[in-house]
Ligand binder design. Structure first.
Ligand code: 73E
Length: 829
């Protein structure tokens, strides 16, 4: 690598790049060197942050040679590269993951111990890069982990947000958002490459010109920014491969105007810089509810245009024949956020590479595939034609032409059905002219996939029905998955050891091997050890909570967890109604306190800052928690814990400790869910609706090991079509009435009836996600949970079977499905 294009004579310069010696001494030496020469401190003068950074640099040093090697191979080999385009990567902490991948955990622990440092103290220093909102961003992180582990050449492309998902705090039970300054203490895991910056243009006009007798169009932009790539290592697990995550940061082309500065107008002199750098300033703190913000469209175009240009100019060889592009790349669109890449690639091929439109379109269609992650109509992204035309005038022209040709095809196939044409058009006319990004992705993509079987079916039957009729083969399913390295091996070391002892170590890369645990579910000794691991994970979580100023967990409590973004469709309110009803039941004497299983209800959830109802629900959870946890009458029985700022790091502590996994969305609304998979894999039993991947989890773990409740998706549609009246359910069910009345009475708001009134009214008169309709079957299912938990032996048996039968939910399997059904890329040799 050092010698490419140079003529060095020094012997070291022509030797291959090698990693430091993989020994305790080698590690200690490298660590101390990095501490001295990179951090500029001696060991005795260093603080934990210095030590953490030097440790991170050391781990990097071990991976570096492999990384060089993989990038050189990527260029030299004829393999197809998977370019994963995603606006979000919710990575979680890097240190442990990279130590594990490089087999350095024990060596590093010992080397640091010899330097007088407890590696655990350094682990705590890392601020996780929270460059995503929830499931969609975490999925992208799991996928790149699996692809590296499977030796598939991959580049993850995205944005290096200066501020990731906000830090959540509570003030009197209400969410307050604080900026997430994750880069403040340094960023040891990525490398800036300003020399490889791309210039990204915006706005302006288009014009036609005569190109040696051919009329062509060109874009005359109005302003530019620089996209500077930051490369992060994505090491495979124990396979010596290192892929790349390339995140773009926006920088002004002309950082500052010296003339203006000298004239004394300091603010004006840096206006251009501020303006440009805003593009990668902050992650949109939203999950599923889009906001038509110009900055967001800027972000999307910014990272996608930079990624496509980077791939063509820097990853492909110089003399590459662009017509062969589909042989070398698949751009996977992670939801609609990167879909502006479709007209961008067309622009590059037609305007810059001067290909004929039809040839360019044939290439483009082969190079893209689209994953849809939602079913909520309000979450399907649209851009107003005015905004898009103003910011990206050439792209709008290209979208119009794609649409014209597509609609001709529709007419040829289905005749002049004007309503059908309206329904399928990429351009929507009502309520105002807009570009429907999901439709553009569907028309352009070689494949369209949903993220769980039910979701993919509903896409075909409802959301994209006409497209599925037109192109049945375009549609496929790939059920989501999660990486077993982070979410079992790292998060749950004790269970991992137990599994390895029973089955050998191969399960970390072949998760179906967990099936071998089935037989052990009937082994009393194994059950005892499994239960001991769960108990110890609860104690570990308890100390984490205590360190954050929360109350410790009570021994003997069932840990009932609901961890996911706060959204009405996920129905945290239904969970609260269950808690309030149980509380009310004990207090009123309706329930025999001795019959009620002692439980701790644990919530983790952030609400989008602009989502008022979600924030009110957070307030309610905290208010109920405060009253319930303090009431002597339910002491020792019910407790609510809601640690602020739920993130990947906290998830890694909660999931291994959980007994019960709450997956209670209204059927047909949760595309897949992935927390459901992580919890089942760690031996929590699910109480859930027939929604998203719950359906597949239940099929695999078996009805005896899953608590199903609620309406099915067709039943939901039917009730909705009949005219849903939530108040009828309130009238019919006494338990429901008492719970809602108690909230309305002000019992959780110091007697003030107004505080939660909007929430109560919403439930009684609107209840879009039908919490009241599912309440009674939910409570019945919770009674079954209590009964099952009372039989500890039976419960542990079910928990083991959940682990044993969750191997399917590995993201390695998901990647194999993408490779077989969509990408057709092969591993590097
Ligand atoms: O069901 C989850 C799914 O498991 C779904 O809600 C989530 O994606 C997960 C991974 O497939 C999701 N996030 C978004 N849409 N679906 C989204 C939409 C807009 C902005 C940010 C995220």
């Amino acid at each position: 690598e050092n010698t490419a294009e140079l003529r060095p004579t020094h012997p070291l310069a022509i030797a291959p790049v090698v990693a430091p010696a993989a020994s305790v001494d080698g590690f200690a030496k490298q660590f101390l060197q990095n501490l001295n020469f990179d951090q500029g401190v001696t060991l005795s003068n260093s603080d934990v942050n210095d030590q953490y950074l030097a440790l991170a640099y050391t781990v990097r040093d071990y991976l570096m040679a492999r990384w060089f090697d993989d990038r050189a191979q990527q260029k030299a080999q004829q393999n197809k590269t998977v370019c994963y385009l995603s606006a979000e990567y919710l990575l979680g902490r890097q240190l442990d993951n990279n130590l594990l991948a490089a087999r350095l955990t024990d060596i590093a622990t010992e080397a640091l111990a010899q330097c007088g440092i407890d590696i655990d103290d350094l682990r705590q220093v890392e601020i996780e890069p929270g460059l995503g909102n929830g499931g969609l961003g975490r999925l992208a992180a799991c996928f790149i982990d699996s692809l590296a582990t499977m030796s598939i050449p991959t580049i993850g492309y995205g944005i290096r947000y200066e501020y990731g998902i906000f830090r959540q705090a509570f003030n009197e039970g209400q969410q307050v958002e604080q900026p997430d300054a994750w880069l403040r203490m340094g960023s040891p895991w990525d490398f800036a490459h300003p020399e490889a910056a791309q210039t990204i243009s915006f706005a302006g006009t288009t014009e036609t010109y005569d190109d040696e007798g051919v009329e062509r169009t060109r874009w005359v932009p109005e302003w530019n920014v620089l996209a500077v790539p930051y490369n992060m290592m994505v090491p495979g697990y124990h396979n010596g491969r290192v892929n790349t995550l390339r995140l773009w940061r926006a920088v002004a082309t002309n950082a500052f105007d010296l003339h203006t500065f000298n004239s004394g107008d300091y603010v004006e002199s840096v206006r251009a810089q501020t303006f440009a750098e805003n593009i990668s300033k902050v992650l949109y703190p939203e999950d599923s509810t889009p906001q038509g913000k110009e900055l967001r469209l800027q972000q999307q175009y910014f990272f996608v245009a930079a990624s496509i240009a980077d791939f063509i100019e820097n990853v492909l060889p110089d003399d590459f024949d662009i017509e062969k592009l589909p042989e070398r790349v698949i751009f996977q669109l992670n939801d609609t956020h990167p879909v502006i890449g479709v007209p961008e690639l067309m622009r590059v091929l037609v305007d810059e590479k001067k290909l004929e439109w039809d040839a360019a379109w044939a290439i483009t269609q082969k190079c893209f595939a689209y994953t849809c992650h939602t079913l909520l109509p309000e979450a399907l992204e649209v851009w107003s034609v005015d905004l898009l035309g103003h910011l990206l005038p050439r792209h709008l022209e290209i979208i119009y032409r794609i649409n014209d040709e597509f609609l001709l095809e529709v007419r040829e196939r289905f005749g002049d059905d004007e309503m059908l044409i309206r329904n399928m058009s990429i351009i929507g006319e009502h309520p105002s002219r807009s570009v429907r990004m999901a439709y553009l992705a569907t028309v352009a993509g070689s494949k369209v996939n949903g993220v769980a079987e039910l979701h993919s079916q509903l896409l075909r039957d409802n959301v994209l029905k006409d497209f599925a009729t037109m192109w049945p083969d375009k549609f496929t399913n790939v059920t989501n998955g999660v990486t077993p390295r982070r979410f079992l091996r790292l998060a749950n070391p004790d269970l991992s050891s137990l599994i390895t002892e029973a089955l050998g170590a191969g399960w970390t890369v072949d998760l179906e091997r967990l099936r071998g645990l089935e037989a052990l579910a009937d082994d009393a000794d194994f059950r005892e050890r499994f239960a001991a691991v769960k108990a110890s994970n609860k104690r570990r979580l308890s100390s984490v909570l205590e360190a954050r100023g929360e109350a410790p967990l009570d021994d003997g409590h069932m840990l009932d967890v609901m961890i996911k973004r706060l959204h009405e469709y996920k129905r945290q309110t239904l969970k609260v109604l269950h808690i309030v009803s149980t509380y009310e039941g004990i207090v009123s004497g309706r329930l025999d306190v001795d019959e009620v299983q002692a439980r701790t209800f644990l919530f983790g959830a952030k609400a989008a800052p602009g989502y008022g109802m979600a924030k009110r629900i957070i307030h309610l959870i905290n208010a109920v928690g405060e009253v319930v946890s303090a009431d002597e009458r339910v002491k020792g029985k019910l407790k609510v814990v809601y640690p602020a700022n739920y993130n990947v790091t906290l998830a890694e502590r909660i999931i291994p400790a959980a007994d019960l996994s709450e997956q209670i969305s209204l059927a047909g609304k949760e595309a897949s869910g992935t927390g459901n998979m992580k919890l089942a894999l760690n031996g929590a039993l699910t109480i859930g609706t027939d929604d998203g991947a719950n359906v597949e989890i239940r099929k695999l773990v078996g009805d005896d090991n899953f608590f199903l409740f609620g309406m099915s998706e067709p039943e939901v549609e039917e009730l909705w079509a009949e005219g849903y009246r939530p108040a009828d359910f309130y009238q019919k069910d006494e338990r429901l009435r008492s719970a809602i009345d108690l909230i309305a009475s002000g019992a959780f708001s110091g007697g003030d009836r107004t505080v939660f009134e909007p929430l109560v009214s919403n439930l009684l008169y609107e209840d879009r996600f039908m919490a009241l309709a599912d309440f009674s079957t939910y409570l019945d299912a919770q009674d079954r949970v209590d009964a099952a938990y009372a039989d500890q032996d039976g419960w542990v048996r079910s928990a083991i079977l959940n682990v044993a039968r969750s191997g399917y939910f590995s993201s390695d399997r998901a990647m194999r499905d993408y490779l077989d059904r969509i990408w057709h890329a092969t591993p590097v040799s």
